[in-house]
Design a protein around this ligand. Structure first.
Ligand SMILES: *Cc1c(COP(=O)(O)O)cnc(C)c1O
Length: 450
């Protein structure tokens, strides 16, 4: 085959000096020929490109590691799987098998969990928008409802009237734990007294029974100490409630937000150096529990970790569709997947692996997706050797928030497969075609093209 001519450009070769953290700016890209023993070639030949690939083994491993970090330190731990992080049935089913209950944040997610076979009593219901119809169902089915605002208190009191019984509820708190920006739009603020006002309102109404506290301080929190603060404030508040209102706080739900080994844009350190281990979080959190709880008190500790469990268990295989040279001299590649499938590319710099040996000097390169959208950039600056058309790039970790926040814009969504622990490969979400997109459309008769 004749080699394609490419106009020569001058690029500054960076010599291989290590930076102060020991990694060379001019390192060779990692090669990945397989995922859990199944070759990239075999996967793409059979299921197409782009292709999301989930590892059952890695998912279970991550869950167990996290669960054990907490369960080995505190006797009353329950995980709730954060559906919005990845609500593929196969992913939820695995985590339910492992023992997690469901954590949902909308009517849609509530219905999804129920349809999968999860009972209401095993659903934690969070979120700022719970229409009264779904609140009534959730209350009837005994879900754990974490109230977000005063209007929800009023709605739940109406539901209690209608059902003719008191409803057990918890309130969501927001507070200062040293994390900025502080997430203050969800729940009741602790420091301003708003949370105490909510408790007073619930007590005065007499229709709801407060039996839990919830808080979720943010996502990708790289400071274990923030959770210690959160727990300390929650426990103190729980005792204040118990002492003054006669409610018994049976559970403390500390939310999720633990980071995965992903790299936030603008961070210089590698995730292996930057991200504390899950044991460090568990240690801080349980330490704060033991130093604030009265001896013998073991309220149930709910943990709603999403990202840290699923992110590293999923990969996206893409194919280089074309390349071009930008006016500023940089090399640009067009891949068959962009921000339509990798919504989180706006915040994260993924690990990029190549499916084959590539020879030639690295040069500054940009990776675009297939969209007719200027912002469709997966990687805006990295060193890559010259990649031929057809080269596969494997992006990771991509398990958190991409399969829920993706968008259909001008392209179909591709297959998602799972490599099972027994070495078989299962399609867990079939690629879309035109019928999926047009299913709900109606073309008025008089507009039909004859
Ligand atoms: C999104 C969310 C989670 C999960 O957050 P991660 O950062 O994925 O761990 C947990 N609880 C609530 C209330 C959430 O909104």
């Amino acid at each position: 085959m004749k080699k394609k001519y490419e106009k020569p450009v001058i690029t500054k070769i960076e010599t291989g000096f290590m930076n102060k953290f020991g990694s060379s700016p001019y390192y060779a890209r990692k090669i990945r020929k397989d995922i859990d023993g199944i070759t990239i070639d075999e996967l793409v030949n059979k299921y197409g490109s782009p292709l999301f690939v989930i590892s059952e083994r890695k998912l279970r491993e991550n869950y167990r590691k996290m669960y054990n970090a907490f369960a080995s330190r505190y006797p009353n731990v329950q995980f709730g799987w954060s559906y919005k992080t990845n609500y593929l049935q196969a992913v939820c089913a695995i985590l339910h098998q492992e023992g997690a209950i469901a954590e949902v944040v909308s009517a849609f997610e509530y219905e999804k969990a129920r349809k999968l076979g999860i009972e209401g009593k095993d659903i934690i219901f969070n979120g700022p928008h719970k229409p009264i119809e779904i609140l009534e169902i959730a209350a009837k089915e005994g879900a754990m409802i974490n109230i977000d605002h005063f209007d929800e208190i009023l709605d739940l009191e109406k539901v209690a009237d209608k059902l003719g019984k008191q409803i057990k509820v918890a309130i969501r708190l927001n507070m200062d734990t040293g994390i900025h920006p502080q997430w203050s739009r969800f729940g009741f603020n602790l420091e301003t007294g708003q949370a105490m006002d909510a408790v007073k309102r619930i007590a005065a109404g007499g229709k709801l029974i407060l039996n839990g506290l919830h808080c979720h301080i943010g996502t990708f929190i790289i400071e274990p100490e923030a959770y210690a603060k959160e727990v300390e404030k929650m426990v103190k508040f729980a005792y204040e409630i118990e002492n003054n209102f006669g409610f018994k706080i049976e559970y403390l739900d500390i939310g999720g937000g633990f980071p995965s080994k992903n790299r936030l844009k603008g961070t210089y350190l590698s995730p292996d150096v930057l991200i504390p281990s899950i044991d460090e979080y568990a240690e801080k959190i349980t330490e704060a529990l033991y130093s604030n709880l009265r001896p013998g008190d073991f309220p149930k500790l709910f943990i709603e970790s999403g990202r840290a469990i699923i992110d590293e268990a999923e990969y996206l295989i893409t194919t280089i569709f074309a390349s071009k040279r930008l006016p500023d001299g940089r090399k640009a590649y067009i891949a068959d997947a962009g921000v339509n499938l990798l919504f989180t590319a706006f915040w994260y710099k993924f690990n990029i692996e190549i499916d084959r040996e590539v020879y030639g000097a690295n040069e500054p390169s940009v990776i675009y997706g297939p969209l007719c959208m200027n912002i469709d950039v997966i990687e805006e600056g990295t060193s890559l050797p010259p990649l031929e058309r057809g080269t596969r790039l494997i992006f990771s970790p991509v398990g958190a928030y991409n399969n829920t926040q993706w968008m259909q814009f001008i392209e179909y969504r591709p297959n998602i497969v799972m490599i099972m622990e027994d070495g078989t490969v299962e399609v867990v979400r079939e690629k879309e075609d035109l019928t999926d997109i047009e299913n709900r459309e109606r073309l008025p008769e008089k507009l039909k093209i004859k």
